[in-house]
Design a protein around this ligand. Structure first.
Ligand code: DGY
Length: 318
């Protein structure tokens, strides 16, 4: 039986080979996301779609492929897919949880350290040729040992960050929709806080929750006002969890000590105001960008896809 599949972007070589060996593959030939018309043309006649967070998969795309059985997203987040439209059309939607936990937590930890200890500014200073040598008052940062990390969203990635930050001597507190069992909180010394309390009492706040209509602009002007003066905001989850205009305003007022951002409201566009601040580190959505993780994501996405096109319920349905 033929298994026509559209892959919207080139993936790591072993993953691509596996796909070529198992399905009739149409691959985006360009080194860029497919344009809308290309996506609509490419999906025609396909049973499976392996897509990225940069592809908007809505009812129109699904209707262009009446045979479509599965949409396998090469990401843990899936806010790029209209889930209701997929449900109505009985199309499985899958994601890649678990395999990118450690890589994303590593990046969050890296941003946290880099912003607190002003690594970006230090690098700029040395590169500019303006560095005059060691100075007692040069680029003094915030010591993270002994300071408090507030984690918003204590799922896999939140917990992986908590373990890392604890090893650096940080106190860990969190807010999650569902509170963790008491024995875990005690064993790990992770303290549960209401969201307003977490905002008000964290030296560093890091976001690790899914984006949805309910979490849109969770960190808005009001939330930013509650955060302590000089505190640091880290986001490796989804850009629209933060109201970027409000963040720029909070930075302009000098209220925040800095921010480390890997994701943005309207990628690849970055709010121009964010570029103005030396205490803001901006990364190009690198959370899962390690060789091992991107390969593991690919294999998981392929497994989800193959199950779906063969009529078997995939393991990672969202
Ligand atoms: C995801 O998987 O949702 C990340 O943002 C990219 O790997």
């Amino acid at each position: 039986m033929s298994h026509p599949v559209l892959l919207t972007r080139r993936l790591p070589a072993p993953v691509l080979q596996r796909l070529r060996d198992s399905v009739d593959l149409e691959l985006n030939p360009h080194d860029r996301p497919l344009h809308r018309e290309e996506l609509l043309a490419g999906i025609r006649g396909k049973k499976g779609l392996l897509c990225l967070l940069t592809d908007r998969i809505d009812a129109e795309v699904m209707d262009a492929a009446p045979e479509l059985k599965v949409i396998s997203n090469y990401a843990v987040g899936y806010n790029n897919i209209d889930l209701r439209a997929a449900r109505e059309r009985q199309i499985w939607v899958t994601n890649t949880p678990g395999v990118l936990t450690e890589a994303t937590a590593e990046l969050a930890m890296g941003l946290l350290l880099a912003v607190a200890r002003r690594l970006g500014e230090g690098d700029q200073l040395v590169r500019s040729g303006q560095w005059r040598g060691w100075e007692p008052l040069q680029l003094l940062g915030k010591e993270i040992h002994g300071s408090t990390l507030g984690i918003v969203g204590m799922g896999r990635i939140g917990k992986a960050l908590a373990r890392r930050a604890a090893a650096f001597g940080m106190n860990i507190q969190y807010w999650n929709r569902t509170r963790l069992p008491g024995d875990i909180e005690v064993e790990k010394t992770w303290r549960y806080r209401s969201l307003p309390m977490l905002l008000a009492s964290s030296d560093v706040l890091s976001l690790h929750l899914a984006y949805s209509a309910e979490t849109h602009h969770l960190i808005n002007a009001e939330a930013l006002r509650i955060m302590p003066a000089g505190s640091i905001l880290i986001n490796t989850a989804r850009g629209a969890l933060i109201d970027e205009a409000a963040l720029v305003e909070a930075l302009q007022r000098g209220h925040l000590g800095g921010a480390g951002l890997d994701v943005y409201e309207d990628e690849p566009r970055v709010h121009p105001g964010l570029r103005d601040f030396p205490n803001v580190l901006l990364l190009p959505h690198l959370g899962s960008a390690t060789q091992q993780t991107r390969e593991a994501m690919g294999h998981l996405a392929v497994e989800n896809l193959l199950a779906g096109i063969n009529g078997v319920e995939p393991t990672h349905i969202v």
